[in-house]
Design a protein around this ligand. Structure first.
Ligand SMILES: Cc1cc2nc3c(=O)[nH]c(=O)nc-3n(C[C@H](O)[C@H](O)[C@H](O)COP(=O)(O)OP(=O)(O)OC[C@H]3O[C@@H](n4cnc5c(N)ncnc54)[C@H](O)[C@@H]3O)c2cc1C
Length: 149
């Protein structure tokens, strides 16, 4: 985009919607404010329409929220992750619920206490979220510290 649609509109850079193909969209402009972009996730039903129709519906929704300048982006990229062979297997279905994060084996240390997993996915309370990332980091740090004492 040639300009910052979100700052120009005086609104926050987060879009959550139940009305249109875009379910969730984030401001992906750089910190310096020189490169402008939006990144979002579409409803799974958007995979059943043609790329041309999908682009049309996506831009219509962005225009509805951010104004007519969004109709002429400098670039538009659309990826069906389920069809990317290095990302997904054939026949994969969208997740309907949170997977069972925090498996006990991922919460153990290995190699005589020299290997710890501290990613958000290892947290049994908030796996997959920022709170899970912080909880996992605290758990790993406490394990390292107590191993050394
Ligand atoms: C678009 C999006 C929106 C989200 N929204 C929310 C939200 O609203 N609320 C929420 O709670 N969570 C949200 N999440 C999830 C949340 O961001 C993640 O769960 C969390 O950031 C994971 O933290 P982490 O520390 O486990 O991993 P990461 O944040 O992925 O950190 C891993 C780090 O390791 C680095 N790394 C990878 N490989 C190597 C290597 N070989 N050597 C050295 N470094 C390496 C990476 O560069 C990265 O910095 C969102 C995620 C995405 C993608």
């Amino acid at each position: 985009m040639e300009q910052h649609l979100i700052i120009g509109a005086g609104i926050a850079g987060l879009l959550m919607s139940q009305n249109g193909p875009i379910k969730e969209m984030h401001d992906h402009c750089d910190a310096a404010g020189t490169t402008f972009g939006l990144m979002g996730f579409l409803h799974p039903s958007a995979t059943t329409i043609s790329p041309e129709e999908r682009k049309k519906q996506v831009l219509q929704q962005i225009v509805r929220h951010f104004g007519a300048d969004a109709l002429s982006p400098l670039a538009y990229y659309d990826t069906l992750w389920a069809q990317q062979p290095l990302t997904s297997e054939p026949g994969v279905q969208p997740m309907t619920m949170k997977p069972p994060y925090g498996h006990p084996e991922l919460r153990q240390s290995y190699w005589d206490g020299r290997l710890h997993f501290a990613a958000a996915e290892t947290d049994h309370l908030f796996g997959g979220y920022m709170d899970g990332a912080v909880g996992a980091a605290e758990r790993a740090m406490q394990t390292v510290v107590s191993d050394k004492c």
